[in-house]
Design a protein around this ligand. Sequence first.
Ligand code: PMV
Length: 325
Amino acid sequence: MKASAKANANIALIKYWGKKDKTLNIPFNSSLSVTLDKLFTITSVEFNKDLSNDIFVINDSIQSDSEHSKLSLFLDLVRNRAGINFKAKVISENNFPTASGLASSSSGFAALALAATKAAGLNLSPKELSILARKGSGSASRSVYGGFVMWEKGEAGVDESSFATQLFDENYWPEFKVVVVILQNEKKDTSSRDGMNNTVATSPFYNVWLATIDEDLKNLRNALKNKRFSALGETAELNCLKMHATMLTAKPSLVYWNSQTVELMKLISKWRAENLEVYFTIDAGPQVKILCLDKDLIRLQKKLSELKFIQNIIVCSAGSGAKLI
Ligand code: PMV
């Protein structure tokens, strides 16, 4: 009753921000992401009749109580489905900083869903896995697949209505790169879960966000289909700024950026004016992900190498979906 799985993190080009069903983790809006080849989680799960509690060792440390209950509830979904009641030992490693706006929950819950179901003797289809992973963390529904992935919003109260599908696989656009710029490694103060719930409840801009999502999705999908990088970058950057505008106008205001995030955002538009075609996207944390094509990568890396405040740079291509290892 043991299995191990590897899942890559994904970065949303059209963001998920807000749940219309908090119990089932069903979002208000559909989202679209790219799975990244260089940021991943490896998780092993063993169900064992001799254990009296679930044990979670994440990045070599035993998990805190709050994290522990969330993970145990997720394992309960697997136990119920498999008809077992054994506790589990879960060992999970990220090859990048956890809970700092680098989508660790996306790879984390996708790897956990796959390893836990396999260890429990279940063989879920990718769609079933996506539905299960969604209940751990919304973005994890997308990390089940590689390449460019769409997560359908579905309907509140209808578990099977909201899942991800692959639009294009990881080999579709080899020139497309995501340069992950790490500015700060500390854990964030506000989880994306709390941040989005409070934004939905208090931001006067939240309805504006929802009203423009379909247009953004249509533009992004068209750009992707025709490999039109400028249209893709412009749409992704605008969508990211709109998501952050809802957070900035929440009560209390939620600002995941730090001063270096803003400095880099400004530099990116300056570089663009100098014909370096780069766009940014930012999630629930200070890190900046820069979208570019292969042809501009060396010039971009040179510019980034001159910025002393950057801690680390990871150049990613589209990566594969979750798999057993
Ligand atoms: O999956 P969660 O609950 O960690 O939320 C992810 C939220 C964003 O990363 C900000 C956007 C997204 O679509 O991934």
